[in-house]
Design a protein around this ligand. Structure first.
Ligand SMILES: CC(C)(COP(=O)(O)OP(=O)(O)OC[C@H]1O[C@@H](n2cnc3c(N)ncnc32)[C@H](O)[C@@H]1OP(=O)(O)O)[C@@H](O)C(=O)NCCC(=O)NCCS
Length: 172
């Protein structure tokens, strides 16, 4: 368990999080710019948790032990193994309180800590943000990520194409 703020923690997913997860991810405003499907069902949540709960870099964001969001770093393989892709979401009722800014800062500390002993150290954190999702870009910039470029028609959901901005942060 990692502390984000007085009320908010990162922990691993549990099977019993399925109902809460399906409830929070039913909100299309939360999932619009993500690969998370809509509509999001209880079965989606059950399958996601059972297939992903042991991933090293994936954390549920919890308040009073209930899932209110998630954040992950996904370390890549081969010639990209020094790189991790960042993803996150938070329930809408908690937006604009600095929670994700602090959760991302916590995640970066976790990566730096695991780098101390890892055989392959993560040197680059990367996030792809759909144009229009300005809050996500600001969350990244508040944590020292820089805008690096734009990928045209990089993301497609419900037949709508979005350009994405790549944000990167280099770890020493
Ligand atoms: C992106 C997201 C995680 C941000 O979480 P958050 O906890 O609200 O972010 P923070 O409170 O830490 O704020 C980060 C920045 O966004 C701004 N922001 C967030 N919500 C805002 C709102 N409703 N109105 C105005 N500004 C807002 C904050 O002011 C802050 O910017 P600043 O530091 O320059 O003032 C959240 O909006 C979300 O879950 N979105 C849906 C999922 C998603 O898009 N994930 C990312 C995919 S790349």
């Amino acid at each position: 368990m990692f502390k984000v703020d007085e009320n908010t923690f990162l922990r691993k997913y549990r099977d019993s999080d399925d109902v809460e997860l399906s409830k929070e991810l039913a909100d299309e405003e939360v999932t619009r710019y993500t690969t998370i499907p809509h509509p999001y069902t209880l079965q989606h949540a059950k399958t996601f948790i059972s297939e992903n709960k042991n991933l090293v870099g994936l954390f549920a964001i919890v308040q009073e032990d209930k899932v209110v969001g998630a954040i992950e770093y996904d370390q890549q393989k081969g010639c990209f193994a020094h790189k991790a892709i960042i993803g996150y979401w938070l329930k809408k009722g908690l937006w604009n309180q600095g929670i994700m800014k602090n959760a991302l800062a916590t995640l970066i500390k976790i990566v730096e800590k695991q780098n101390e002993t890892a055989e392959i150290k993560i040197k680059r954190l990367e996030a792809h943000v759909c144009n229009g999702n300005e809050f996500s870009g600001r969350t990244l910039m508040r944590n020292g990520f820089e805008k690096e470029g734009i990928l045209v028609k990089d993301f497609c959901k419900n037949n709508v194409y979005y350009d994405t901005t790549i944000y990167g942060k280099i770890l020493e």
